[in-house]
Each structure stands twice: as C-alpha cells, then as structure tokens.
Design a protein around this ligand. Structure first.
Ligand SMILES: *[C@@H]1O[C@H](CO)[C@@H](O)[C@H](O)[C@H]1NC(C)=O
Ligand SMILES: *[C@@H]1O[C@H](CO)[C@@H](O)[C@H](O)[C@H]1NC(C)=O
Ligand SMILES: *[C@@H]1O[C@H](CO)[C@@H](O)[C@H](O)[C@H]1NC(C)=O
Ligand SMILES: *[C@@H]1O[C@H](CO)[C@@H](O)[C@H](O)[C@H]1NC(C)=O
Ligand SMILES: *[C@@H]1O[C@H](CO)[C@@H](O)[C@H](O)[C@H]1NC(C)=O
Ligand SMILES: *[C@@H]1O[C@H](CO)[C@@H](O)[C@H](O)[C@H]1NC(C)=O
Ligand SMILES: *[C@@H]1O[C@H](CO)[C@@H](O)[C@H](O)[C@H]1NC(C)=O
Ligand SMILES: *[C@@H]1O[C@H](CO)[C@@H](O)[C@H](O)[C@H]1NC(C)=O
Ligand SMILES: *[C@@H]1O[C@H](CO)[C@@H](O)[C@H](O)[C@H]1NC(C)=O
Length: 766
C-alpha cells in the first residue's frame, strides 16, 4: 500500500468523463502501455496498471470520492515480458476513457483461439550411435515449455528414469489444483501451471471442469510427449504402430502451461502462459495453435514470441490445418519457426480378401479385434440412403465417393448397422475417418474398382476384412499432408513461410488414460497412446529437434537454430524424387507448402553455414512494413525504435519474390534483389560455391558465386538476383540455391519462390 497517497494524487489528473455512464457489457482487452510514461510515484508497473484500470472503471468513477483503494477485479493479468501492459475486462465507456489515460499505447480485443511416437524418430534418422542424439546428450537439460491443454503426469512418457537433477537456473513451479498435486512433477515434468482468468472473464457462466494443469483433452499430453517424452516400451494404439515410444529429445525437460481448455481458449490466457514460461526460464517453446487473419501488431502470439526471442528462446509454431489452399497459414511470423506437416513411411493396411482369393489393400485404424470372415459383399453406389442401407442386413457394403461425400457415407453406413464398410474415395484427408468405430477400410479408386468388378461379376460375392496391421518403410515418404496450411504468410508475405515440414500424420504419442480414444459399438475404448494427425503434431517434433540443437550448440541464437534446420532439410523423399504434395495431386510440393523441406536433425547439427538475424533486423522489417511507431511499439515494447534503415529483406534462409504488377508493361523484365550474410559455423577454412536449381521463366544469379572462409564464425555476404516479367503467368515458380563446400561435407540449401500472389500484408483495426 506504499503507493496509496501518490496514487490518489495521480488519479486527480485523469479526466473523468461520463460519470454516470451505464454499466454496459464488458469485454476483455489486451492493453499496451508505454512504460516510459509511468509516473515516478508508482513503485512498479503492476500498481500503475491497477491504478489506471481503477481510474477508468465505471464503478469506481461513481464511488471515487469514498473508495479508499480501487478495486482490482477488472484487471486479469499484468504481463511482465510479452507486452508492456495488461489484460482487463472493460465496458465500451471504460475503454474510451482508458484511451485518454497517460501512457496508453493501444489495445486489442481478447480473441478466442483455434486449436489446431514410436516411429517418427527412426524415420528422422535419430539413433544412439551417431548424429544429433549422442552429440546433444539427447537434449539433456534443455527445457521445453509447451502452451497447450495440460498434461497427464502419470503417463509413462513423463517418467523421469535416467534424468539428472533439475537445472538450478529453473524458476518454474508445479502448481497444485483439481486432481493435480504439486508432487506429481519430477525430473522430466519440471513445471505445470494453468491460466484461465481470460476464459472465465469472456464467459462468466463457464464451469471449469478440472481447474488445474491436468489434461482433460489429450492434445497437450500428446504434443509434450512428442517433443520430449521418455522411452516407453510396448507402446501402441490397439496394436497399431507398436514399438518403443520416445520424444525427439528424450532427455529434455517438459514444462506445461495450460491455456487451452475444453471450455475454450483466449489470447489473454495464452500470452499470460508465454509470459510465465519466459520468466521461468524455458529454452524452447512449442505452440500448436495460432490466430488467423491478423497483422503482426494485432497478433498476441506474434507479440509474445518477440519477447521470447529477445530472451533467446526458440519458438516452434504450427502452420495450421487449412490446406491445401494457398495463403491459409497462421503464425507466419518472421521470428518463429512455422512448421508444416507431412507423412512418415508408415501405413496401416485394412485388407479386403475377396471370395476369389484376390486381396486388395486399403487403409484402416479400426481399433476393434474382430476380423470379418467371408461375409456377403454388396455395392451400394454412393451410400446416400440410410433407408436402403438398412435393408442390406449383415453384409459388407462398398461405397463409391464420387462427390466428396465421404463423411456422409461413413455416417450413413454406421447408422445402417451393417457388418462393415469398404469406402472407395480419392479423399486425401482420411485422418478423420480411418479410426472408425466399426469395421471399415478406405481405398483409392484403382483398388476399389477391383472389388466393384468382382461384385458385378460374381453371383455370390463375399469378402473377409483384416485389421490391426502396420507396415513401415512405405514409399514414397515423406509426403506433404493435404491439410497442412500454405503460404505466403498473410501477415508478412516478404518472409517465405512455412519454414519446413516435420512428421504430422498418424503420430503415436502419450494420451490421458481416462479419455476415450475411440468407440466401438458405442463402447468407449481407452489407450495410453493415441494416433493423431495435424500440424499440432509436427510443431512439437520441430521443437524437440530444436532442443537437441540447443543442447549441442548452446551458443546458437534462435535464428541460427532455425537456419540450421531449414538449410539442411530434405527436398527429396525416400525414392530420391521431389517430395510430393498429397493435396496437389502428388505434384512436387512447393516451398509455399513445405518450406525448405523435411526436417533432418542429424544434418542440422552440422549445417556448415547459418543465416543469423539480429533483433534490429526484425525492427528494420517492421519499419519497412510501414507500421506506425505505435504498432511497432506493441511488438518491441520500446517507444524508441530505430527506423533509419527500413528493409523487407530479412537475412533469412529462404527467398520469396513477387511478380504481380498487372499493367501495360507486364511482360517487361524486372529484377528483384536480395542481400544475404552467412556465418561459417563449420571448421576454420572452407570454400563454398553455389549451385542453382533454376525456376521456369526466371533467371537467378548470385554474386559472388564463391565464398572463401578463413576462420570459424567469419561472416561473408552475397547478392541474389531474380529476373522475370513484372507479371508472371503461373501462380508459383520455385527453385533453390545451395552453397556447397569443397569437401562435399555441407550443402546449405535455400528455397526460392516467385509468385503472382498478393504481397499486400494484412492490416488491422488500429
Ligand atoms: C500431495 O501428495 C503428497 C504425496 O503423495 C501427499 O503427502 C500430500 O498430502 C498431497 N497433497 C495434496 C494437497 O493432496
Ligand atoms: C449466465 O447465466 C445467467 C443465469 O443463468 C443468464 O441469465 C445469463 O444470460 C447467462 N449469461 C451468458 C453470457 O450466457
Ligand atoms: C482455480 O484455481 C486457482 C488457483 O488455485 C484459483 O485461484 C481459481 O479461483 C480457481 N478457479 C476456479 C474457476 O475454480
Ligand atoms: C481386444 O482383445 C483384447 C485381449 O483379448 C482386449 O483386452 C481388448 O479389450 C479387446 N479390444 C476391443 C476393442 O474389444
Ligand atoms: C479420382 O480422381 C481421378 C482424377 O482426378 C478421377 O479421374 C476419378 O474419377 C476420381 N474417382 C473418384 C471415385 O472420385
Ligand atoms: C454432388 O453434391 C451436390 C451438393 O451436395 C449435389 O447437388 C449434386 O447433385 C451431387 N452430384 C452427384 C453426381 O451426386
Ligand atoms: C511502404 O510505403 C512506401 C512509400 O509509400 C511504399 O513504397 C512501400 O511499397 C510500402 N511498403 C509496403 C510493404 O507496403
Ligand atoms: C539508428 O541506426 C543507425 C544504423 O542503421 C545508426 O547509425 C543510428 O545511430 C541509429 N540511431 C539511433 C538513434 O540509435
Ligand atoms: C490483369 O488485368 C486485367 C485487366 O484488368 C484482368 O482482366 C486480368 O485478369 C489481370 N490478370 C491477372 C493475372 O491478375
């Protein structure tokens, strides 16, 4: 209460408009303040924010003369790191009054946020004998913080066997709460905290079912075990994908910050979680969610991660699941890693053995035990009539999806209670269907035709269905998943996004044991492991790999780690052909879909060269985006940003150029130039030369085409020029530039994209 008197004095200076305004409905706002404007009278920013909120409060204005100290109930969070400011529940008149308060910068409305393994470590080439696992000590002592739906501490993936004492620098806590005792943390799960004030403020009637870090959904248990789960033998999903489960960085530590609730998720809680993670001292953050359609200065996740960057924290984010359409990704933020999702070399065949002995393979993750043996088979065309399907009786029905109606078909067949289903479909997004609750298999039209022909030519068609099978080593893999969201980034088109792809399809990872993973005959089924798909799954893979790199190279900046991951990623699949895009008819995936390529942890640990980025480079980019000083301040939290050197040309390990000037001179050639500086992180002397994979209709040139490094950490620069028409004919063209060292040890590859898509960044309300 030391501030009591000065505070009162200060309050007198605040305009008190509209004294008798009605108490209108309040909304939560995230409010940016200019700390340099804080009156000296305040002992700290918390008391200043409290006083500011109290001074504009409708209620306190009515009772100002009698109140001794203002109520703090409207203030939800005071943020220490992520922004200079707070979140508070404010009525429209309170917000208007706040805008006239000293030190007010800007505010945004709190938003709801959409929430977007056994084998994936082997697929990525991780092994105990060589490469990044032994070099990094399996990520020992690196702390990965996840903002997610909580954690199931009893899961064997969070057992701390083999882990050493918790690093002394760790300042986090294991908070008790409903069904969560602080003794549930250990040397693997070293932090557990939860945030829901914003959620409750936005929805006062909400009942929080489990008010603690305990995961009632499963998502957070899955992502955290993917990043850093310990070894668990005999893991599987009802026999599928069986083996030893482990995260990417099995010796790294996990800290869970729960801000995604079954009841909803709000940005005010999410940035409070990130704020705390920064204070606690995490090294790597994994954020499997994002906010669509906002500019950087109105994206709380972008702001919060800028603060993380300043503390040297590496942030991995998910691109989103809105593919295959272009310009759909979120987290297209220049200072984070934006991760797309791909398949791994594993499939789950659901086999149909026809009466004539021919067997045809589809895909199935049916969790039940029952195979079907020699059951009558019937072709029901589009399976669009439940009534007709119900007449079928105990038979396996075959449905042909000609009209993108697979979900209806699956639903209809379930309702008809037949013996089983064979679904013939081109649909490339089977993730939602193949964990079916009745015997079902899903197959491509070529295979389906064999079955349909057999039915048509047989007087008494029959088939058996077999489930529970897993094959690994399938080709081609990886492939870019159809649902993976595509660039260019809407918030900052000038930085190519996504950055890279990582495994995201049918990933096996830990799951809360009391949350059903499937249903068979309306009976819930439980499992300690679940198979999930999405960029939510690829994001923690990349976070885990970042933890390994941080373990191996503690001195590397977040940009250096990102650069190492990007420039060493694979553009070829396991058949040595360009990685295919499932969402684009298996055409080669473009960098707008997969970024630089598929993450390759063992190569990333020794990249040769890195593209580093200084904090001021990001500021130069924000300046060049023509943001106002206030907008820049919401991100950098500084009121004195140096915009003397604006530049959209960030020192990034990839290139995107826009050829979209549609005018009378559209076919005139134009040149786009980029400047890059690379740092030699390999051994002393080395000579690199360029190799360019050209792009259709464009000329790419590099000056100089040879870089001679005399020592480690030396920096050398080059210029890249792309020449093409002012308006290009196709939507996307792509190629790459590689710097290859003379010893053949390092290939430092960067993707190049030219596009006619819009380069107009999103703008916001402020
Ligand atoms: C937490 O667990 C410890 C050890 O099991 C027990 O002694 C303690 O009473 C528990 N605390 C609460 C609040 O349940
Ligand atoms: C909250 O509950 C009260 C009483 O049940 C109801 O009158 C009110 O409309 C509810 N508010 C919201 C936002 O749902
Ligand atoms: C949840 O727990 C926190 C900390 O124990 C407490 O402050 C808060 O009031 C609780 N919220 C609800 C909705 O029970
Ligand atoms: C499958 O069989 C095993 C062993 O008999 C049993 O534990 C499990 O519950 C069965 N699963 C289903 C889905 O019925
Ligand atoms: C699947 O796609 C191919 C190529 O687009 C098309 O020819 C075929 O008719 C489609 N088949 C079905 C069953 O939709
Ligand atoms: C495809 O679906 C659309 C919309 O549901 C419907 O209007 C159309 O008749 C369907 N076409 C076929 C061939 O079933
Ligand atoms: C910023 O403004 C300058 C001057 O008006 C303009 O040339 C440039 O294209 C703008 N940049 C962006 C990213 O819009
Ligand atoms: C701003 O940055 C430039 C270099 O880009 C530097 O010369 C100048 O001194 C800086 N201005 C201030 C006020 O720091
Ligand atoms: C270019 O402009 C013309 C005339 O406005 C328009 O018809 C055409 O669609 C535009 N082309 C592109 C690629 O935007």
């Amino acid at each position: 209460m030391a501030t009591h008197l000065p505070l009162y004095v200060w309050l007198l200076f605040i305009a008190i408009p509209n004294l008798f305004s009605t108490l209108a409905k309040s909304d939560t706002f995230i409010v940016h303040m200019d700390l340099s404007a804080m009156p000296k009278a305040f002992s700290g920013y918390h008391s200043w924010y409290l006083a500011t909120v109290a001074s504009v409060s409708d209620k306190s204005r009515v009772t100002t003369t009698t109140s001794t100290f203002p109520s703090s109930s409207k203030l939800l969070y005071t943020y220490s790191n992520v922004i200079h400011g707070f979140s508070a529940s404010l009525s429209p008149s309170e917000l208007e009054a706040l805008k006239n308060s000293p030190g007010y910068v800007s505010s945004i409305r709190d938003l709801p946020v959409k929430v977007d393994t056994t084998h994936s470590s082997q697929f990525l080439g991780l092994n105990s004998n060589s490469g990044v696992w032994p070099v990094s000590n399996y990520g020992k002592d690196v702390i990965i913080g996840l903002v997610d739906s909580g954690i199931w501490p009893e899961s064997a993936s969070f057992d701390d066997k083999g882990l050493t004492e918790i690093p002394l620098r760790w300042k986090g806590e294991c908070e008790s709460g409903t069904q969560f005792n602080s003794s549930m943390c250990n040397k693997k799960l070293i932090g557990a905290r939860f945030f829901n004030k914003g959620l409750i403020a936005s929805n006062p009637n909400v009942t929080i079912s489990i008010n603690s870090t305990r995961d009632t959904d499963g998502h957070g248990t899955h992502t955290s075990s993917t990043a850093a789960g310990n070894y668990v033998e005999g893991a599987s999903y009802f026999g599928y994908a069986s083996g030893t489960a482990r995260g990417m960085a099995p010796m790294a530590r996990v800290a869970m910050y729960k801000a995604l609730w079954d009841e909803g998720a709000q940005t005010s809680d999410i940035i409070a979680a990130i704020d705390q993670a920064i204070t606690d001292g995490v090294d790597v953050m994994s954020l499997s969610f994002g906010i669509d359609g906002v500019p950087l200065y109105e994206d709380p996740v972008a702001m919060a991660t800028f603060a993380a960057l300043e503390k040297g924290i590496f942030v991995s984010t998910s691109a989103g699941n809105e593919g295959p359409f272009l310009e759909t990704l979120h987290n297209g933020t220049p200072w984070v890693l934006t991760v797309a999702a791909g398949t791994i070399d594993r499939e789950f065949p659901g086999i149909v053995i026809l009466g004539n002995g021919v067997s045809v393979t589809g895909l199935s993750l049916y969790p039940g035990n029952s195979s079907l043996s020699q059951v009558p088979l019937v072709f029901m065309e589009a399976c669009d009539s439940v009534k007709e399907l119900k007449k079928v009786g105990y038979k396996i029905v075959v449905c042909l999806d000609k009209n993108d109606s697979l979900s209806d078909q699956v639903y209809n067949v379930q309702n008809a209670r037949v013996a089983g289903g064979v679904f013939v479909s081109n649909n490339s997004d089977l993730g939602f269907f193949i964990q079916s609750d009745y015997p079902a298999t899903f197959m491509v039209p070529q295979n389906g035709e064999i079955i349909i022909d057999y039915i048509k030519s047989s007087s008494e068609p029959k088939a058996s269905l077999e489930f529970g099978k897993t094959i690994v080593g399938t080709k081609p893999a990886p492939q870019l998943a159809s649902y993976s969201s595509r660039g260019p980034s809407q918030s900052c088109p000038f930085v190519l996004k996504p950055d890279l792809m990582a495994p995201g399809d049918y990933i096996l990872a830990a799951w809360p044991q009391n949350n059903p993973v499937a249903e068979v005959n309306s009976r819930p089924l439980f499992s300690n492991f679940n198979l999930l798909s999405g960029t939510s799954m690829s994001c923690p893979h990349a976070a885990g790999v970042a933890a390994l790199l941080k373990g191996a190279h503690p001195e590397w900046s977040p940009a250096a780690i990102r650069s190492a991951m990007m420039t060493t990623s694979d553009s070829m699949d396991n058949t040595f052909n360009p990685i295919e895009d499932v969402g684009e008819n298996k055409q080669p995936a473009t960098p707008l879909a997969m970024g630089a390529g598929h993450i390759n942890p063992n190569k990333a640990v020794d990249p040769g060269l890195i593209y580093d980025v200084e904090l001021q480079d990001y500021v130069n980019l924000l300046c060049a985006l023509n943001y106002t000083m206030k907008q820049i301040q919401t991100i950098t939290r500084s009121s004195s940003n140096n915009c003397s050197n604006p530049s959209l040309d960030l020192n990034y390990p990839s290139f995107i150029s826009f050829f979209n000037v549609n005018d009378s001179k559209s076919d005139v050639q134009t040149v786009q130039e980029f400047q890059r500086t690379v740092t030699n992180v390999g051994q002393g002397t080395s000579i690199y030369t360029t190799k360019i994979i050209p792009m259709d209709g464009f000329q790419v040139s590099v000056v100089p085409d040879k870089l001679v490094f005399k020592e480690k950490n030396e920096k050398l620069s080059y210029k890249l020029k792309i020449t093409g028409p002012r308006l290009m004919k196709q939507t996307v063209a792509f190629g790459s530039i590689s710097w290859e060292d003379s010893e053949g040890k390092h290939v430092v590859r960067s993707p190049i994209v030219a596009t006619s898509l819009s380069s107009e960044p999103l703008s916001g309300q402020n």
